[in-house]
Design a protein around this ligand. Structure first.
Ligand code: NAD
Length: 482
C-alpha cells in the first residue's frame, strides 16, 4: 500500500522542497497511516515554472488530442475503480460502497465529460447591419490553480482540473491535505496518459502554506476553489487586489421543504439521504428539514424510526452505509455544534453524540451518531451556521409564505429541495428561493451541463458545462469590417 504522498511537478514525483511531511490519518481508526509532502512557495515556484514552459505547446494542441489524453486518464480511473474506492474510504472515512458507486465513477465522468467539451466548446459571433462582424476568441488563461476540499476528494478534484485542462490551461492542483491520497494516485497516470510534462502539476500540503502561495503567485491567472466560506473570503482578499479570476464554491445550509401533498414515503427516505449521506459532509446536504404542520408529527416520527436504525460501521466493509467523519478536529466541531443546539433548547430526537464502535479495528475512529433535532427556530445558531456533519434539524411551517421565509433565512444560498405534487406551487416556490440550485421532488440529481454554484455566502460564479470552460478562458472580441 502507498504511504508517502508526493508532489507531481514538471512530470516528476518528488517530496516537498523543504523535506517536511504531514501525518496522514485514517479517520476510521484514528491511526497515522502515511505521510504527506508539506509543500510551500519553493514547490509552487517550481510548478509555475514547469507550467509556463509547457503552456505554449499545450495551448496549440488540437482539441481532439487534448480529449484523447483526458480519455486515457479516465480509462485509468475506470480500470482502477476498486483500488481508488478503497483508497478514498481509508483516507476520508466514507463507506467504500459510496466511493465505489459515486465518487470514483463521477471522477471518471468528469474527465470524459470535459474531454468531450474540449471538442465541442464554441464561441459567439455578432454580425452588425453595416457589414461588420464581431467574433469572440476564447483563449486559455495560462497557469491556473485548482484547490479542492476533503468531502468528495477525487470527485471535486477532477471537477476542477478537467475543464481547466480541456480549455488548454496548465494547472497547479491542490487536493485537501486531509484527503490527498486519490489525487496522488491519479498523478501516477498523468505521464503515461500522454500529458506533456508541466501541463498537470499536483501539489500537496496545508492551505495557508502551499495553497496561499498558489493564490498569491503573480503568474497564476485564475483560482477555482471549493471549500469553506471563510477560506473563500481569505482567498478573495489575496486574489482580488491582484485581479485574478475567481470561482468560489463555498458552504451551504440547505433546506428540504416538504408540503403536505408530497409523496410521503419518498420524501422521508430522500430527506434522510439528503441529511446524512457521506456522514452529512456534502455541501448540498439538506440539514434543515421544514415540514408542513399538518403532516409534521407523522413525518418526524417516520424519520426518527429510520434514522435511529442507521448503522455506523467500518468504512472498509462493503456493507457499511455510514462511516467516520473526516478527522478528530471535525468530529469535535460537530459534537460541539450538537451541544450548542442543546444549549439553545433543541430536543435531540435521536443520536446526539459520539459513537463508540465495538469492532477492535475502528475503536479509535472518529464517529458521530446520526442526529435529528427539533424545537429550534431559524434564529438559532444551529439553523444558521453550517455544521457539515450527520446533524439535521426539523421544523414545522404553516404555509408556503412561511416556508419561503424560513428557506431564505440564512446567509447561505447553495441549494434547496422541495417536495410537493402541486406543479404550480413547485415552480412558484422554486423561483422565490434565493439559492443557486433547486431540486423538486428529488435531491442531488446532477446533469453536468447545468450551472452549479451558490449565491451570497455560498459562493461566486458557476461551474458545470460551458460555465467552467468560460471561466478558464479569456474572451477576446475581434471586430472585422468586411
Ligand atoms: P477548507 O476551506 O478548509 O479547505 C478547502 C481547500 O482549501 C483545501 O485544499 C485547503 O488546503 C485549502 N486552503 C485552506 N486555506 C487556504 C488558503 N488560505 N489559501 C489557499 N487554499 C487554502 O474546506 P474543507 O474543510 O476542506 O471543506 C469543507 C467545506 O467545503 C464546507 O464548508 C463545504 O460546504 C464546502 N464545500 C462546498 C462545495 C460547493 O460546491 N459549494 C462542495 C464541497 C464542499
Amino acid at each position: 500500500m502507498e504511504t508517502d504522498v508526493l508532489n507531481f511537478i514538471g512530470g516528476e514525483h518528488r517530496p516537498a522542497a523543504s523535506g517536511e511531511w504531514l501525518d496522514n490519518v485514517e479517520p476510521a481508526t484514528g491511526e497515522i497511516y502515511g505521510r504527506i509532502s508539506r509543500s510551500g512557495s519553493e514547490d509552487v515556484e517550481a510548478a509555475v515554472a514547469a507550467a509556463r514552459k509547457a503552456f505554449p505547446a499545450w495551448r496549440a494542441w488540437e482539441p481532439a488530442d487534448r480529449r484523447a489524453v483526458m480519455m486515457r486518464l479516465a480509462d485509468k480511473i475506470h480500470e482502477n475503480t476498486a483500488m481508488l474506492a478503497e483508497a478514498e474510504a481509508r483516507d476520508s472515512g466514507k463507506p467504500v460502497s459510496l466511493a465505489a458507486m459515486v465518487d470514483i465513477p463521477r471522477a471518471e465522468d468528469n474527465l470524459r465529460f470535459y474531454g468531450s467539451a474540449a471538442e465541442q466548446f464554441s464561441s459567439e459571433s455578432h454580425a452588425m447591419g453595416n457589414g461588420t462582424v464581431n467574433y469572440t476568441l476564447r483563449k486559455p488563461l495560462g497557469v491556473v490553480a485548482c484547490i479542492s476540499p476533503w468531502n468528495l476528494p477525487l470527485y471535486l478534484f477532477t471537477w476542477k482540473i478537467a475543464p481547466a485542462l480541456a480549455s488548454g490551461n496548465c494547472i497547479l492542483a491542490k487536493p485537501s491535505e486531509v484527503t490527498p491520497m486519490t489525487a496522488y494516485l491519479l498523478s501516477k497516470w498523468i505521464k503515461e496518459s500522454g500529458f506533456p510534462d508541466g501541463v498537470f502539476n499536483v501539489l500537496h500540503g496545508l492551505g495557508p502554506e502551499v495553497g496561499q502561495a498558489m493564490v498569491e503567485h503573480h503568474h497564476v491567472r485564475a483560482i477555482s476553489f471549493t471549500g469553506g466560506s471563510s477560506t473563500g473570503a481569505a482567498i478573495s482578499a489575496t486574489a482580488g487586489p491582484k485581479f485574478k479570476k475567481l470561482s468560489l464554491e463555498l458552504g451551504g445550509k440547505n433546506a428540504t421543504v416538504v408540503f403536505d401533498d408530497a409523496n410521503f414515503d419518498t420524501a422521508v427516505s430522500t430527506a434522510i439521504r439528503a441529511a446524512y449521506s457521506n456522514q452529512g459532509q456534502i455541501c448540498l446536504c439538506g440539514s434543515r428539514i421544514l415540514v408542513q404542520e399538518n403532516i409534521y408529527e407523522r413525518f418526524r416520527d417516520a424519520m426518527v424510526a429510520k434514522v435511529s436504525k442507521m448503522r455506523i460501521g467500518d468504512p472498509m466493509n462493503p456493507e457499511t452505509k455510514m462511516g467516520a467523519v473526516v478527522s478528530r478536529a471535525h468530529r469535535d466541531k460537530v459534537i460541539s455544534a450538537i451541544n450548542i443546539a442543546r444549549g439553545e433548547g433543541g430536543q435531540i430526537l435521536c443520536g446526539g453524540g459520539r459513537y463508540q464502535p465495538a469492532e477492535p479495528r475502528i475503536k479509535g475512529g472518529f464517529f458521530v451518531q446520526p442526529t435529528l433535532i427539533e424545537g429550534l427556530d431559524h434564529t438559532c445558531v444551529t439553523n444558521r451556521e453550517e455544521i457539515f456533519g450527520p446533524v439535521a434539524t426539523i421544523q414545522p411551517f404553516k404555509d408556503e409564505r412561511e416556508a419561503l421565509g424560513l428557506v431564505n433565512a440564512t446567509k447561505y444560498g447553495l441549494s434547496a429541495s422541495v417536495w410537493t405534487q402541486d406543479v404550480q406551487r413547485a415552480h412558484r416556490f422554486a423561483a422565490g428561493i434565493d439559492t443557486g440550485m433547486v431540486w423538486i421532488n428529488c435531491w442531488l440529481v446532477r446533469d453536468l451541463r447545468t450551472p452549479f454554484g451558490g449565491t451570497r455566502q455560498s459562493g461566486v460564479g458557476r461551474e458545470g458545462g460551458y460555465n467552467s470552460m468560460r471561466f478558464f478562458t479569456e474572451p477576446q472580441n475581434v471586430c472585422v469590417k468586411i
